[in-house]
Design a protein around this ligand. Sequence first.
Ligand code: NAP
Ligand code: GLV
Ligand code: GLV
Length: 317
Amino acid sequence: MNVFITREIPQIAKQLLEKNNITVKVFRPKRNISESELIKYSKNADAIISLLTEKFDQKTIDQLSKCKIIANYAVGFNNIDIQYAKSKGIIVTNTPDVLTDATAEIAVSLVLACARRIPEGERMMREEKFIGWEPNLLKGIQLTGKTFGIIGAGRIGQATAKRMKGFGCKIIYYNKSKKVDFEKEVNAQKVSLNSLLKKSDIISVHVPLNPSTNNLIDNTKLDLLKENAIIVNTARGEIIDEKYLIKMLKSKKIFSAGFDVYENEPKINKDLLKLNNVVLLPHIGSATIETRDEMAKLAAKNIVNVLFGKKPLTPVN
Ligand code: NAP
Ligand code: GLV
Ligand code: GLV
């Protein structure tokens, strides 16, 4: 049996697979694999560990002659046509839970960076423009007592809200289902999307990208934001109308925005780079040493289970 891993990930995955007598091939170049390379190396693999940057559409899935499982090295799986994979008898798995805390930490980091204008201060220091304490220097927004709105109160949304509760925020959320335990734990209130956008001082986006959430926060929704609102997105770029958000930031209709994900990733809208009231990160939500190891283990375990006829641990189709 052989597994293809589309990019170097922590060694633990390879070790775990080899311990089970599975042959492992890794795509070594330090860049994302191209579509033709992906097909070439995946064609005869019994299993694949894939990244969120690789698209498994019908065309690519049709080329997989032996594949039993695609283990996505991410919790999001919008890069894979999971229904089509299922129709071809291919199990798709993801890496939930193990990356929840890491991603919540990045969401909170973006909130703090936006609210307290940390990158602006950092840039000022590097440019040697700090000339002494000033009463009006870089005044930001205090979190205490503010209303924090979570769009998508799943694993990461809830973990982010719990952390924000510690800053003294009031929690409201918009979600498909009601989250009773979560409501009790942080005294959260479920509201409509429009109401959340109107009431929140700070908003954090955590819904997965699927047809129901693509452009969920469009221009009409963005127009509902408060004058000094902060919005951060660690979910997927396509969920927010990025162009319109940039327009609002340019004209200072809201206070600021934090991005870990982008509409045309890894391409960046150049207008973002000109703005001072944004914080920009390169999709590093799950990027901690601990979490990336756990993701590698989980992806490998899913493969071992499936190749040995057992149930996958974290299937999505
Ligand atoms: P999750 O536990 O599945 O949470 C998603 C939540 O969104 C669920 O509570 C779900 O509601 C809700 N939801 C789904 N569609 C909705 C809709 N149309 N309207 C309202 N609510 C909706 O997922 P997670 O583990 O928290 O991950 C969330 C997303 O974060 C991932 O899909 C991924 O895109 C992103 N992510 C990014 C990074 C990064 O590096 N920046 C890292 C990890 C994850 P129900 O429970 O009612 O179904
Ligand atoms: C990262 O974006 C993930 O979905 O795990
Ligand atoms: C600030 O440094 C203060 O002492 O208030």
